[in-house]
Design a protein around this ligand. Structure first.
Ligand SMILES: [Zn+2]
Length: 295
């Protein structure tokens, strides 16, 4: 499943499903107070997906949030009923991309389901970078926040996913809120879900673009501005980030890829009032957006 914008081909890679408890889906303005959680009418577990992006073009091969990876994950496999093995690394092979060919990995944040695939157990039995030649980009605030959260016992992070990258000097830490890695690849701090969470935008300004809001808008269940997840660290910050990025995406008609959508993974946002949005699903197979030389 892919789309083309200008000279860039973007594949959505389905890393596999996992399950969350319904209590995970909360009203962000009401914080983490358990008695204020949604009274869910769903089954006891909700299936969510995981969608990584592979971007090829302009002489680069780039991964955004490569997923859980191939390290053993006994605790997460049990707690979240993870589809196993995860798929991103094998799908890369099927798409003809070798690990050594990946130039850049962009991490929206360091939670294990997004960043785990960055490290793997090598032949020596030691953890090493999965993509040996890739720079790995994330916010400085995310690394600091992840280390602090880990020392507080937060199990959303796993040091094995990123400390080997620090040791191997693979990390490139962004200090600014908005940084262009290339003229067609923007990284934009959002915070909210985690200290250094960022939103990724692909495409040249003024042309068709793809937005990957990651856990700022993980599924259509969070389209309501006040709906979030119990993992969100800073509800007020998340609310502001949702309004900012959803308004921007609606204005510019970005194609949005929803990281945790199990189906209907891509679409366009329509702003129906100041604080209300609708999501129009689009089928991606071989879809070309409005303009660009490759139509
Ligand atoms: Zn996530």
């Amino acid at each position: 499943m892919h789309l083309t914008i200008g000279s860039l081909r973007i594949d959505l890679i389905d890393d596999g499903l996992f399950e969350l408890r319904p209590e995970t889906f909360v009203k962000v303005t009401k914080g983490r107070n358990a008695e204020l959680l949604y009274k869910s009418k769903f089954r006891p577990r909700i299936k969510v997906g995981f969608n990584s992006l592979l971007i090829r073009g302009e002489g680069k091969i780039i991964l955004v949030d490569p997923g859980t990876g191939d390290k053993e994950r006994f605790t997460e496999r049990r707690n979240y009923n993870l589809d196993w093995p995860r798929r991103t690394l094998s799908v890369l092979r099927e798409l003809g991309v070798r690990r050594e060919e990946v130039d850049l990995v962009v991490l929206t944040h360091l939670h294990w389901d997004h960043a785990g695939a960055c490290t793997t157990v090598g032949f020596s039995g030691q953890l090493e970078p999965t993509f040996p030649k890739a720079r790995v980009i994330l916010q400085q605030r995310e690394l600091d926040g992840a280390r602090a959260a880990l020392s507080d016992g937060d199990d959303g992070y796993c040091a094995d996913d990123f400390e080997p990258l620090v040791s191997a000097r693979k990390l490139e830490l962004l200090a600014q809120d908005d940084e262009l890695i290339y003229p067609w690849l923007g990284c934009h701090w959002s915070g909210g879900h985690s200290a250094g969470h960022m939103v990724v935008r692909i495409g040249y300004p003024g042309g068709p673009r793809v937005m990957f809001p990651s856990d700022v808008l993980p599924t259509t269940a969070q389209l309501d501005l006040e709906s979030g997840m119990s993992y969100d660290q800073n509800p007020a910050e998340l609310l502001a980030a949702k309004l900012k990025f959803m308004t921007l995406a609606a204005q510019d008609q970005d194609v949005i890829v929803l990281v945790h959508a199990p189906r209907n993974r891509a679409g366009v946002l329509k702003q129906v009032s100041d604080r209300e949005f609708e999501f129009e699903h689009i089928a991606l197979e071989n879809r070309n957006t409005k303009t660009g030389p490759h139509q």
